[in-house]
Design a protein around this ligand. Structure first.
Ligand SMILES: Nc1nc2c(c(=O)[nH]1)N[C@@H](CNc1ccc(C(=O)N[C@@H](CCC(=O)N[C@@H](CCC(=O)N[C@@H](CCC(=O)O)C(=O)O)C(=O)O)C(=O)O)cc1)CN2
Ligand code: MET
Ligand SMILES: [Zn+2]
Length: 779
């Protein structure tokens, strides 16, 4: 170590990467569509990185002290780490250049797959709506310092006049998030490869130091979960010790900041504090200031993550400063920072011309949060200089509590009048008989998850409508034409329960937020969900009411086009909360119940309009599950209750479906059972029906549709392949309960592949129905 590292710069753990106008999304999608060269896409990204540095500098992060993070990524930071350490699966070995580098086309291939080569699996990043790519690590994976993008981007910034702080996923987290490569022996876990991986990180640190880096940030969020078995925890303690003993021994290295976002470090804090790293970043939003001295911490610089990287409310700076002050006696020095990367929030409140002025005063997007960090840093130096800013932030919060619409007495009264009976339906058998009588579905009924391809034409029509260039009537006509097409296609293919295809929805959450009171939606508030895909999370700021029916006209129009049952399509309360920025002035459960009541009224209206099947999607049920075991039961109670409150007003004969993606099914199976839906569809094709034994074991005895078509890839599954998956399902799930459906909605797919895949899905279903009938005849 060649410089003073007892003082951390004021900083943020990371910043949005997609660009204020989704510049990176557009550049990447142009490359993928063959409309841009690699050089053009790289050039757009270089420009975006330069703009980001200037912006952060203008907001008060300094240019020369590693205060500005170098944390860009073309797709995902975990994929970046995999490529850096040479952990590219053998099926993609050809995309790695002679020099170890992976160019943008090759990098995109690993992320998105090609032909029969499946991409890396994608899964949720902690308790966020961001998704990372899962590295595949086997006993033979050859780690080496392969791609030096981190060094190149550090140099790029330096040449531009900025000494930045490179950010990498730390080695322990990298292995904890990896999965064993296919063919790994029983009992193998990627963490067993730590000793081979750490020297590569050491090399990277050396290369960064040679390039002039003074600080490097290693993100270790893998340490914040406590749902670990004792044996796992022991192995992770040992891994932390081994990793940071080795990395701090690297000669001439940069100072190390180990960041632990998304929760409290708990038992791993003492372990990290005992290492020789210079600095730790603690999440003081989800986690707490340690209540007693921690051995080793007194020699470290600590970044107090008091600004919430996960929400958009303006911080109560008085309270935040209090936490930093409480931390001071425990550490060598304390700096102000964010709890997580700002990746999960939009760029700039000032870029929202349509948000009400009063609401804007309550909000802090990424840029406002950087300013808050800078204000706190000043307040740490001298509270007097920041007194006005501190008082203003406290005033904004008080004002919010009293503003009209935040509390609506009629909503409060309705909630207060609820009884347990409002969340209970009749027994499943009673419902099943009533539903069989009206629906008369064949065995192994087929359906889809709701959305059909969102074509460029649909999106352009909506954009024109929003700009006033297309009239309401023309917009409705365009969407109805799409519904006609979707219904006709499903009829032709022979699906049993049809959908309208959701063409009118920009997003399954934003659509409802636009129609409910108590929400605001943004114009430019894009947040990366995965790769180039983004969402604009709505802001749930007040009590929720439903001024008018939201889906009835679309659903009844679709129903008028077919004699088959058409499934109404709603997003559930938990998912609406999970994918919005939610008020933090009352328990989430109370907010969820308000949303549930709006959905309950919608279901009543759908029933009254003759819709006899309604799906209430809850793909985020698992996402909001707290990382800490102690908090999980309370969450499962309110989340399940809110779904039931939304659905339990339905008549026995109304078939309620739900849908969940991301098959960590085992973890929430109790909750899924508790939802008491008549039919549940889940993602299963990607994991080749891994969840089926879990379903059987749990004795799940209502309708269940494990997905048989992986919609995350353009690949068309063959009928034989789907038949094989169905046979696995039939092996453990009673045909009385088994449904046939894709893994998820089809909105990100094109029509050609969708049609071909669904055709194969129906052929496979007919084949399996045939063999079931033969089996029944033989008995
Ligand atoms: N909120 C949410 N979270 C989720 C999911 C989800 O569906 N919703 N699914 C899971 C996976 N995540 C996903 C996240 C985003 C997308 C996605 O497709 N996003 C679209 C944007 C969707 C949208 O808001 N569309 C708007 C705006 C579309 C747009 O970009 N319009 C153009 C103009 C139209 C054109 O010329 O194409 C523009 O504004 O510039 C609309 O359709 O109205 C994208 O990034 O491309 C898919 C999956 C988990 N989390
Ligand atoms: C992310 S779950 C998506 C469910 C929704 N009904 C759709 O089909 O798109
Ligand atoms: Zn889904």
């Amino acid at each position: 170590m060649t410089h003073d590292a007892t003082q951390l710069p004021t900083t943020i753990l990371g910043y949005p990467r997609i660009g204020p106008r989704r510049e990176l999304k557009k550049a990447l999608e142009a490359l993928w569509a063959g409309r841009a060269t690699q050089e053009e896409t790289e050039a757009a990204a270089v420009e975006l990185r330069a703009r980001t540095r200037r912006r952060l500098n203008a907001l008060g992060l300094r240019a020369h002290d590693a205060s500005i993070p170098s944390a860009a990524s073309y797709y995902d930071q975990v994929l970046d780490a995999a490529v850096a350490v040479g952990a590219v699966p053998p099926r993609f070995a050809d995309v790695v250049g002679q020099d170890g580098r992976v160019d943008l086309v090759g990098y995109s291939t690993i992320a998105r797959g090609r032909g029969e080569d499946a991409p890396l699996e994608m899964t949720k990043w902690f308790d966020t709506n961001y998704h990372y790519l899962v590295p595949e690590i086997g006993p033979d994976t050859q780690f080496r310092f392969a791609d030096d993008r981190a060094v190149r981007e550090f140099r790029e910034a330096l040449e531009d006049g900025f000494l930045t702080r490179p950010v990498l996923v730390g080695p322990v987290t990298f292995l904890l998030l990896s999965k064993p490569a296919d063919g790994s022996p029983e009992g193998f876990s990627p963490l067993q490869r730590l000793a081979d991986l750490v020297p590569v990180y050491a090399q990277i640190l050396r290369a960064l130091a040679e390039a002039g880096a003074t600080w490097v940030q290693l993100d270790e969020p893998g340490l914040v979960s406590d749902t670990l078995t004792a044996a796992d925890a022991k192995a992770i303690h040992a891994a932390v010790q081994e990793t940071y003993a080795a990395l701090t021994a690297v000669e001439g290295r940069p100072a190390l900041l180990v960041a632990a976002p998304y929760g409290d470090l708990g038992e791993f804090l003492p372990t990290l504090a005992a290492t020789d790293v210079e600095a730790l970043a603690l999440d003081l939003v989800k986690g707490a200031v340690p209540s007693a001295p921690v051995a080793g911490l007194e020699t470290k610089a600590v970044l107090g993550g008091v600004i919430d990287g996960h929400n958009i409310w303006r911080t109560d700076l008085v309270q935040a400063l209090g936490k930093l002050e409480a931390l001071r006696p425990l550490a060598a020095s304390v700096a102000a920072g964010t709890s997580t990367s700002l990746l999960h929030v939009p760029h700039d409140v000032e870029d929202e011309p349509n948000l009400p002025a009063q609401l804007k005063g309550w909000l802090a997007f990424a840029d406002q949060k950087v300013a808050e960090v800078v204000t706190l840093a000043a307040a740490l130096e001298d509270p007097a200089t920041a007194a006005d800013a501190l008082e203003a932030s406290a005033r904004a919060r008080r004002e919010r509590l009293e503003a009209p619409g935040v509390v609506r007495p009629e909503v409060r009264e309705r909630l207060a009048g609820l009884t347990p009976a409002d969340a209970r339906r009749s027994d499943y058998d009673v419902r099943r008989a009533a539903q069989d009588a009206v629906l008369a579905l064949p065995p192994l009924p087929t359906t889809t998850i709701g959305s059909f391809p969102q074509t460029g034409e649909i999106r352009r029509a909506r954009a024109a409508w929003a700009k006033g260039e297309l009239s309401d009537a023309d917009y409705v006509a365009a969407m109805r034409a799409e519904i006609d097409r979707v219904v006709a296609l499903q009829e032709e293919l022979g699906l049993d329960v049809l959908v309208h295809g959701e063409p009118e929805r920009n997003d399954m959450v934003q659509y409802f937020a636009e129609l409910l009171d108590g929400f605001a939606v943004t114009q430019n508030g894009w947040v990366q969900s995965y790769g180039s895909r983004c969402v604009r999370p709505p802001i749930l700021w007040g009590d929720v009411t439903r001024p008018a029916p939201m889906t009835v006209e679309w659903a009844t129009y679709a129903a008028s086009r077919s004699a088959k049952p058409v499934k109404g399509m709603l997003t559930g309360p938990v998912t609406i909360l999970a994918w919005s920025f939610v008020r933090d002035d009352q328990p989430l459960g109370d907010t969820a119940r308000q949303v549930a009541l709006a959905l309950r009224d919608e279901i009543a209206d759908l029933e009254a309009a003759g819709i006899g099947v309604v799906q209430v999607d809850e793909p985020a049920l698992r996402e909001l599950l707290p990382l800490k075991a102690v908090d999980q039961k309370a969450y499962l109670d309110w989340s399940v209750e809110s779904f039931r409150l939304a659905t339990a007003g339905a008549a026995d004969a109304t078939q309620i479906h739900t849908h969940l993606c991301y098959s960590e099914f085992g973890e929430v199976i109790g909750a899924i059972d508790g939802l008491d839906a008549d039919v549940t569809s889940i993602e299963a094709a990607r994991s080749r029906m891994e969840v089926v034994p879990q379903i059987a074991q749990a004795g799940f005895s209502r309708g269940i549709g494990p997905g048989v078509y992986d919609i995350h890839s353009p690949r068309v599954p063959s009928a034989e392949e789907i038949e094989e998956l169905l046979n696995i399902a039939v092996g453990s799930i009673s045909p009385r309960h088994l449904w046939v459906n894709p893994d998820c909605g089809l909105k990100t797919r094109g029509y050609a592949e969708t049609e071909a895949s669904l055709r194969n899905l129906l052929a496979a279903t007919r084949a399996v129905r045939g063999s079931l009938a033969e089996g029944a005849d033989a008995h």
